[in-house]
Design a protein around this ligand. Structure first.
Ligand code: HEC
Length: 162
């Protein structure tokens, strides 16, 4: 090989190398751009969608809180005089506890609502006397069921359960 030829070959090799290097950088640059774009899309999507995902939960909590507060008000005004502010009852005068320590969780929600509306043997028909709606009775039920332990709620008969 003459000197001239060698130099020419050298130049060809150099330019081949630099093409390879360039496409190497291009490939990685593309990956980087794609990575950054993906990250940006994920970030934007989470900013848009996360607040929406949280919304229904917040609304539900708000409604339950309203029902709970309504039930608490009705309970304290109309039931606590007999069953106690914390539902412990008073067995000296045959008034059962509603806090799960006695029998209340053996009944279905339907039965309990009927008791709230129409009373029993010695219990007056509190709900009917005050013209309560189904929602009022359910709110009172929601309120005193907060005292029950999870196992009471699970063991309660009927399908409403919670
Ligand atoms: C005048 C007292 C009195 C008032 C007021 C009263 N109760 Fe009662 N409650 C009783 C008595 C007594 C019983 C026992 C069963 C019977 O005599 O009907 C009872 C039973 C119950 C039971 C059945 C418990 C069980 O273990 O079987 C529930 C539930 C109940 N009451 C809920 C309420 C709620 C809720 C209110 C308010 C809306 C209320 N009661 C108001 C006296 C009262």
């Amino acid at each position: 090989m003459g000197k001239q030829k060698r130099i020419k070959r050298q130049n060809q090799d150099d330019s081949a190398n630099s093409v390879a290097e360039k496409s190497f950088i291009d490939k990685h640059f593309l990956k980087l751009v794609l990575g950054v774009l993906t990250l940006a899309v994920v970030l934007i999507a989470s900013v848009i969608f996360l607040p929406n995902l949280n919304k229904p939960e917040q609304v539900e909590v708000q409604i339950n809180q309203e029902v709970y507060n309504h039930g608490k008000k009705l309970y304290e005004a109309n039931c606590a005089s007999c069953h106690g502010l914390e539902g412990v009852g008073n067995m000296q005068v045959q008034i059962p506890a509603l806090d799960g320590s006695m029998h209340s969780w053996h009944h279905s929600d339907e039965w309990l609502i009927n008791q709230i509306m129409h009373g029993g043997i010695n219990m007056p028909a509190v709900g009917a006397n005050l013209a309560w709606s189904q929602e009022d009775a359910e709110a009172v039920l929601t309120y005193f069921k907060q005292w029950w332990k999870p196992q009471h709620k699970r063991a309660q008969p009927g399908e409403i359960g919670e």
